[in-house]
Structures are given as C-alpha cells and as structure tokens.
Design a binder for this molecule. Structure first.
Ligand SMILES: [Zn+2]
Length: 133
C-alpha cells in the first residue's frame, strides 16, 4: 500500500471530481464545436450574399480574420481534447512538468491545465523574462 502511489491521498482527484471535470470539459468542447459550426454557417452565408464584383481583397482579409479566430479556438479545442484523453488514460490531474498532483481547485478554474501552479508560475516567469530581453 505504501508505494501504491506518490501523492498524499487527499491530493488525488476522487472519481466524482474527475467526472465533474469531465462534464465541464465536454460542455466546453460542445460549446466550441457549436461556435465553430455557427462561424462556418455565417461565413458561407456571407459568401452567397457577396456580389461577384466585390473587391476580392476585402474577402481575403475577412477570411484571414476568421482563420485567426479559428486558430485560437482550435488551440483550445486541442487542449480540451488532450485533457479528455488524459482522463481516459487515467493520467488527468498530474503535472506534466514535475509529476505532482494538480489540485481540484485549480482544475475547476482551468480544466485544461497541464501543469501544477508552481510549474506554471515558473514557466510564465521564464516566458516573461524571455519576452522582456
Ligand atoms: Zn509541477
């Protein structure tokens, strides 16, 4: 029992906690997919409304904007999928940097978190320094 695992039991996510976080992630995933569907529907509607003689440059820049928006959503989508996969793999809630447990409180605020707060803070400080110099 002693070497069953490395964390104190109270730092572990209970089954109920994991299932709650799973629900939150699934909802976020559904929301993003719905948002994406709506964006695609709007984009195709705009296209049909466009007159043939419409300046192609405007169309291009609109599409750039939509792609940029979609890119941010795609990144979040990837994070959510990754979190859902790690739930299935039974690895959810473990810091990818140091292997410590990520607290339930932190995961509730940010279900896609892949690092514990200490590692995240450190990573952000490094990132900040890099940006500063
Ligand atoms: Zn960590």
């Amino acid at each position: 029992m002693a070497d069953h695992n490395a964390f104190p039991p109270d730092e572990y996510l209970s089954e109920a906690e994991v299932s709650e976080l799973h629900d939150i992630l699934t909802q976020q995933l559904d929301g993003l997919l719905e948002q994406g569907r709506r964006a695609v529907a709007e984009a195709s509607q705009e296209r049909t409304q466009e007159a043939d003689e419409l300046d192609i440059a405007i169309t291009e820049s609109n599409r750039d904007f939509q792609l940029r928006m979609a890119d941010r959503e795609r990144r979040l989508l990837k994070k959510i999928r990754h979190a859902l996969e790690s739930i299935q793999a039974g690895e959810y809630g473990t810091c990818e940097s140091c292997g410590s447990a990520i607290t339930y409180k932190r995961l509730l605020a940010r279900p896609v978190a892949r690092m514990c707060i200490d590692c995240k803070t450190e990573a952000e400080q490094l990132e900040g320094r890099r940006r500063f110099f």
